[in-house]
Design a binder for this molecule. Structure first.
Ligand code: PRP
Ligand code: GUN
Length: 185
């Protein structure tokens, strides 16, 4: 069901911009350099986690100039809500992962249950090495396990509900070219 568009517009007007497009682009440049250093000779399979990973993956991949295969996984825990529950798989890997290096790209590591489950799935499917890259890591002590971090992180973000660059507000504003925090959350 569509939300009231006046409400959707108002959410953006009232939001706090945490990172501008320029800051995000600079973070993606740094991530791309680090990923290239580590993976350029590993013939990886790179998966975007849909939907949120769509924009960061697209923009990161064009910064990577080495051979790789690309695909997507679709798993969701929030399903357009503001808090997460059980992980629901919509699409799993099409490639054989046996013996492969896999890089998982997502927009955010919040509590980390999504990435933890995807990493476990890839390892169970026979991947030799599973690495993760996220644009944002939310700072709090509710991670799936203590000190959980992705292998490549763009920016740390405060413990608020954020949207933009693939992250949604109730299905909207994934297209916002900046990272915004919802008023009051
Ligand atoms: O670290 P966690 O607490 O598990 O949360 C992170 C996940 O939450 C969001 O996905 P969501 O389930 O909202 O689906 P979406 O990508 O379709 O927005 C985001 O894209 C991550 O995949
Ligand atoms: N849009 C959005 N999705 C999330 N999934 C986990 N944390 C968040 C968040 O802060 N914003």
């Amino acid at each position: 069901m569509s939300l009231d568009l006046d409400h959707v517009r108002q959410v953006m007007e009232e939001a706090d911009c945490l990172y501008t497009q320029q800051q995000v682009e600079a973070a993606m440049d740094r991530m791309a350099a680090a990923i290239t250093d580590q993976l350029k000779d590993s013939n990886p399979i790179v998966y975007s986690v849909m939907n949120g990973g769509l924009i960061i993956a697209g923009q990161l991949l064009t910064r990577l100039n080495f051979p790789m295969e690309v695909g997507y996984l679709h798993a969701t825990r929030y399903r357009n809500k503001l808090s997460g529950s059980e992980l629901f798989w919509k699409a799993r890997a099409e490639h054989s992962l046996v013996g492969r290096t896999v890089l998982i790209i997502d927009d955010i590591l919040d509590e980390g249950h999504t990435l933890a489950a995807i990493m476990e799935y890839c390892r169970d499917a026979g991947a030799e090495q599973v690495l993760t890259a996220v644009l944002l890591d939310k700072t709090h002590d509710r991670k799936a396990y203590p000190d959980m971090r992705a292998d490549f992180t763009g920016l740390d973000v405060v413990d608020r509900y954020v949207f933009g660059y693939g992250l949604d507000y109730k299905g909207y504003w994934r297209n916002a070219a900046g990272i915004y925090a919802l008023k009051g959350h």
